[in-house]
Ligand binder design. Sequence first.
Ligand code: CMP
Length: 139
Amino acid sequence: ASDEALQVPHVPKSPRDRSLIAGAVERNDFLRLLGEGQADAMVQSFMPAWHGPGHTVLAEGTDGDAMYIVAEGELSVTQRGCRLRTLLPGDVFGELAILYNCKRTATVTALTQIRLWAIDRQTYRTIVTSQAKRRRAEI
Ligand code: CMP
């Protein structure tokens, strides 16, 4: 299957947002393994979301159906109440439940007004599977 045939959302973005997402994908240990076409499809597919301070974006132990990139603001990552990390613009989170089909390993809460980019599991799978199919076809 060619990348053009991928049935994934195409959300228009500013050059600045595209470079923030592309940079986050390149720096992530898992997402950097995607081919160029898949990384482009991923940049296209992220959807915007906004939340206020105190909003819990995802909760430890629950099912996960999306992964996120921070566009603006700060969030805290906590595990059993212990603060692990502060997330800043350009950081990826919520990828573990999507990549490993496990429950959310931590809770992520907005510390400020936040703007996020989100991609759902189905879209992520569509993009990654297209690469796997193409790689098999090349062997
Ligand atoms: P996920 O398990 O899907 O949801 C919770 C997210 O918190 C997880 O993906 C990671 O993105 C993030 N996370 C989990 N553990 C840590 C950690 N030790 N340090 C930083 N981030 C983490």
